[in-house]
Design a protein around this ligand. Structure first.
Ligand SMILES: Cc1ncc(C[n+]2csc(CCOP(=O)(O)OP(=O)(O)O)c2C)c(N)n1
Ligand SMILES: [Mg+2]
Length: 556
């Protein structure tokens, strides 16, 4: 591999080292300072060695990479130029830090002699992300002279291991690379990418746990199937939030908020084993702060362990049960009472609609078809339409809470950016998940559709993510916008009752009347506006390329 340009040689060698370690996805935004990396990436794409995605907005690129990494669980490369371009990655970097998602930022920078002198597009790119990075390095791309052939491999090893969490937790890392002019040359050939495979992770021992009466397992965001398995093995209730990976199984308790607040149920809990990062209720943190509840938090991928009462024992997974599981009638009653109460809550909410006179059936069917869409109906129909080969992504809005409160268990992949629960980047994350799950014919998502369920403000916040440049792959994705004209999540807060209506609306509800049909058309997306149950069902069942499904919802 030779190009007459050391920066390009270095960029080609570096990307080759990442490919050799198993990196398959690279997202970039255009810029001059990063041209050697970008042109090298294009060559690797042409050679079929990486999947390249190009987005003009770095904030979108950041969340797109996050979605790709959430789905593949492999580090994704992110290439940007210098200056504000790097800062635009910050929201995705923070989310990746708080939810333990592996990202490798390759940020182009000016060399030392151009820093600190007011040079164009130059700022301090090293301390930008503070404690959110697992690892960072500032290196100079070679200039005039050849580089040590081992250097790119050493950098790739360190960056890949740190992002993957081989010695601590997975998350974002940054390799800041200073380039001098001439910034690139022609790429004549690519190196042989030998698969060296990733460095091997170290395995820490897990934790042994003895069964105790009146226990529950709590599965917050990203808890994964280990939570469900432990609840089953301990024969205790499973309180599982919607995302991700634990809301299924015989011990699942739906409507857990009501039960946790009930002295007969939540009031009697004496131990909680927590997986993942619970974010969707006040009742879970309230339980974990109680003096009479022993709290064990299983260390997750997230940058910070969940510990609302500052009194949890944080332990490493996996959890193994030591001794016998309590099989006394009391223990069975404990589990049985939660499951029964949970079923009751589910049934109460599903008001039966069957008539008993012959002839009613057709009329009922028609009436059901024409029923106007409510929040509850929206999340239920989406839940029903989604299968294990599909992917579901919830935005940070009222709808995830409605869904969490009443959807029954189902073993389907559900994601939400709950690391920081931002309303930013939801569409880009969904597109990343869609692209990654549909890219590989062998993947469980190969034939599926990704559905993103979010509010109107979250959708408008990330409208720029809808831009697919020429030639960019367009996945099967439905962006389902529950449009209630503003941020109605705030209507449920105490402030809605205390603040005067007009200023409340102006600064919290923030009303909007954007034309989503025109927006979809402008970005080349299909658009549907179902108004009733039948139309919504039909829209959901017609998977296609990128589609906006706008559902008008009343404010209250
Ligand atoms: C980046 C960011 N900015 C602000 C917030 C605060 N916030 C939380 S929900 C919300 C409004 C959401 O409105 P919408 O998406 O329409 O959902 P709705 O609650 O109306 O269903 C806002 C502004 C946030 N979570 N993230
Ligand atoms: Mg809204």
């Amino acid at each position: 591999m030779h190009s007459a340009n050391p920066a390009t040689d270095f960029a080609v060698a570096l990307l080759g080292e990442f490919v050799s370690r198993g990196v398959r996805d690279l997202v970039l935004s255009p810029g001059s300072r990063s041209q050697a990396l970008a042109l090298a990436a294009a060559e690797y794409e042409r050679a079929g060695l990486i999947r390249l995605r190009v987005r003009i907005d770095e904030r979108v690129s950041g969340f797109l990479a996050l979605g790709l990494a959430v789905e593949t669980r492999l580090p994704v490369l992110l290439v940007t130029t210098s200056g504000t371009a790097v800062a635009n990655l910050h929201p995705a970097v923070l989310e990746a830090h708080h939810s333990g998602v592996p990202l490798i930022l390759l940020t182009a920078d000016r060399p030392g002699e151009l820093r600190g002198i007011g040079s164009n597009q130059t700022t301090d790119q090293l301390d930008l992300f503070g404690g959110a990075l697992r690892w960072s390095r500032d290196v100079e791309a070679p200039w005039k002279t050849a580089f040590d052939p081992d250097h790119p491999g050493e950098l790739a090893d360190e960056a890949f291991s740190a992002a993957s969490g081989h010695s601590s937790l997975p998350g974002p890392v940054q390799l800041n690379i200073a380039f001098r002019e001439p910034l690139s040359g022609r790429v004549d050939s690519l190196p042989e990418t030998v698969t060296v495979g990733p460095p091997s992770p170290s395995h820490a021992p897990g934790t042994a746990l003895a069964a105790t009466p009146h226990s529950v397992v709590i599965a917050g965001h990203d808890a994964g199937p280990a939570a469900e398995q432990l609840a089953r093995e301990l024969a205790v209730p499973l309180i599982a939030e919607l995302s991700r990976g634990a809301r299924f199984g015989p011990n699942l308790v739906v409507g857990y908020r009501k039960l946790l607040a009930d002295p007969e149920f939540g009031g009697r809990v004496s131990r909680a084993v927590v997986f993942g990062h619970p974010t969707l209720s006040r009742e879970i943190p309230a339980l974990l702060q109680r003096d009479d509840v022993e709290v064990l938090v299983v260390r997750s991928r997230a940058g910070e362990p969940y510990n609302p009462g500052h009194r949890a024992r944080v332990v490493p997974g996996p959890i193994e049960i030591s001794g016998a599981v309590d099989a006394t009638p009391e223990a069975k009653t404990w589990l049985g009472s939660w499951i029964q109460a949970s079923r009751q809550l589910l049934d109460d909410g599903n008001g039966a609609t069957s008539g008993d006179r012959p002839g009613d059936f057709a009329r009922e069917q028609l009436a059901a078809y024409r029923e106007p869409v409510t929040r509850r109906m929206l999340v239920e129909l989406v839940w029903r339409a989604t299968w294990p080969h599909d992917r579901l992504v919830f935005g940070a809005s009222r709808l995830i809470r409605v869904a969490d409160a009443l959807l029954a268990g189902k073993r389907i992949p559900v994601h939400a950016n709950r690391g920081l629960a931002g309303i930013d980047g939801t569409i880009a994350t969904g597109i990343g998940i869609a692209l990654a799950s549909q890219a590989d014919p062998e993947s469980s998502g190969a034939g599926g559709t990704t559905r993103v369920v979010l509010g109107d403000l979250a959708a408008l916040h990330d409208a720029g993510a809808m831009l697919f440049g020429d030639g960019e792959e367009r996945p099967r994705i439905q962006v389902i916008v529950g449009n209630d004209g503003g941020g109605t999540i705030f209507d449920g807060l105490e402030v809605a009752a205390s603040a005067p209506a007009e200023p409340f609306d102006r600064v919290l509800y923030t009303p909007q009347q954007a034309d989503l049909a025109a927006l979809a058309a402008g970005y080349g997306w299909a658009y549907a506006a179902p108004t009733n149950r039948g139309e919504l069902d039909e829209a959901l069942a017609t998977p296609d390329g990128p589609t906006v499904i706008e559902v008008r919802l009343p404010r209250d």
